[in-house]
Design a protein around this ligand. Sequence first.
Ligand SMILES: O=C(O)C(=O)C[C@]1(C(=O)O)C=C[C@@H](O)C=C1
Length: 133
Amino acid sequence: MSAPHPHASADVRAHHDFDPAASSLRGEADPRVLAELQSIRGTIDNIDAALVHLLAERFKATQRVGVLKATHGLPAGDPDRETAQIGRLRALAASAQLDPEFAEKFLNFIISEVIRHHVAISEDHRRQDPDES
Ligand SMILES: O=C(O)C(=O)C[C@]1(C(=O)O)C=C[C@@H](O)C=C1
């Protein structure tokens, strides 16, 4: 038997505490409508879980970028990279019937958090090696 995934128990706990039927709408609509709503919410639950896992992996990757940049004295932000990525994601969004404005805002929201992390990593690095970079 292989070792359990290190985050498996946290995943199980999150699932255990979650009430998929939680709603403020009980008694507000026909039970058939509520049943359909709950069925659609099952799909939303899966998508939201996937988003959390995708974001966690993205932040793991940007953490590595932050360490690389801090180690080599590079600036946190890379505006040309951001412009290229925003253009690419706007076009992808349009072809997927997602509002490109929303896609751009969402990416900018994530990137601003990444830059905040990069700056913190760089400050930590400078505190540890004040003579370098
Ligand atoms: O690719 C980089 O250089 C990153 O630091 C990652 C990232 C991003 O989150 O996509 C964040 C900040 C930069 O301005 C550009 C891109």
